[in-house]
Design a protein around this ligand. Structure first.
Ligand code: E4P
Length: 219
């Protein structure tokens, strides 16, 4: 299972990738808008920090504009993946970008038929948004289960990226289902490695070790 970070904050990416276990990055216009530097500079910096795919989203709503933007974004680095929205114009852009050898992440997926269209259009990644479905009282992880089953039925190669993750339970469930990728906000990512029993257990081991050393020295 690949872990992507869902952020455009270079400090968060630098800190998390120090462990060498960040497999990619997803950004979107809202995440980039939170950062003070120009979008292109940020994307260049992120692509230099992380070897895996870095998703950068187009903001045009017509396919010509998306293709123009996508081609330009792809010039930033070879690991750029162009994010296109799951609308008719977005899927047209995905097909054209694919002919150019540019990989696409189709974003804002909320249903199985949408995911099938994206795969048929040649998306490299599909991004179903689980948290936003949960927010409206629909079980987001059920959508992941359904897409996984349908993609397997037809051997679609599009990778399933679980997006809009809000908590560790989303990550655990994504792993149980066998989703290809989870894109995780930095705060949730940090929390995944921590467990209070690990911390207290380590403290106890070290204390016992120190006490034994003292006893040994006194004998
Ligand atoms: C990832 O590709 C999405 O842009 C992101 O996960 C959206 O998350 P949100 O619903 O928390 O904004």
């Amino acid at each position: 299972m690949k872990f992507f970070l869902d952020t455009a904050n270079v400090d968060e990416i630098r800190e998390a990738s120090a462990l060498g276990l960040v497999d990619g990055i997803t950004t979107n216009p809202s995440l980039l808008a939170k950062e003070p530097a120009p979008d292109r500079e940020i994307l260049e910096e992120i692509c230099a920090l992380v070897e895996g795919p870095v998703s950068a989203e187009v903001v045009s709503t017509d396919s010509e504009g998306m293709v123009r933007e996508g081609r330009d974004l792809a010039k930033i680095a070879p690991n750029i993946v162009v994010k296109c929205p799951l609308i008719v114009e977005g899927l047209k852009a995905v097909r054209i970008l694919k002919q150019d050898g540019i990989r696409s992440n189709v974003t804002l997926c909320f249903s199985v038929p949408q995911a099938i269209f994206a795969a048929k259009a040649g998306a490299y990644i599909i991004s179903p948004f689980v948290g936003r479905l949960d927010d409206i009282g629909v079980d987001g992880m059920s959508l992941i289960r359904d897409i996984q089953q349908v993609y397997r039925n037809y051997a679609f190669e599009t990778e399933i990226l679980v997006a809009s993750i809000r908590n560790p339970l989303h990550v655990i469930e994504a792993a149980r289902i066998g989703a290809d990728i989870a894109t995780i906000p930095a705060k949730v990512y940090k929390g995944l490695l921590k467990h209070p029993l690990t911390d207290s257990g380590l403290e106890r081991f070290l204390e016992d070790y120190r006490n034994a050393q003292k006893v040994g020295a006194a004998v």
